[in-house]
Design a binder for this molecule. Sequence first.
Ligand SMILES: [Zn+2]
Ligand SMILES: [Zn+2]
Length: 171
Amino acid sequence: MASRTDIFELGRLGLGSGEGRRLELHAAIEPLEFGGQTYKPIPNLAPVMLDAGRTTLGWSLRLRFEVRLSGPCTRCLAEAASPIAVDAREVDQPGGGEELRSPYLDGDDLDVRAWARDALALALPAQILCREDCLGLCPVCGEDLNEAEPGHVHERAPDPRWAKLSELRRD
Ligand SMILES: [Zn+2]
Ligand SMILES: [Zn+2]
């Protein structure tokens, strides 16, 4: 069982300015709310790749991981588990003329858990779908169009204007 990293002590790496290290960690990914539904990350202990680069005054960081989000498809409500790839960067440069601070760093302690949670929320697509070409539900009867007969349509009540027109034609 991989051990889980919530806070990673970057200072432990002993990097000098201009040096970097790639680390493979495991982070707990929290369930998230999207469109009023809860989506569970699979796995919830995800392998994450952390690139840590020491700059003169601070850190340049990159976090990458991929999870599947389990929950209802935004269109048809069937179970969806769409893969979400996260690739996030942070720069922390205390002092100096242009001060840039990362909210995930406290000194040299990196809050991997909070960063992974926020980065995943930012990486979400506009819709979470069971499959890219999900047809959704029929707007008239609510049937799942992915499972309906091809060409599922409803007889519509004829538009009264057309009825008028055909009457005129008959005259
Ligand atoms: Zn769907
Ligand atoms: Zn229908």
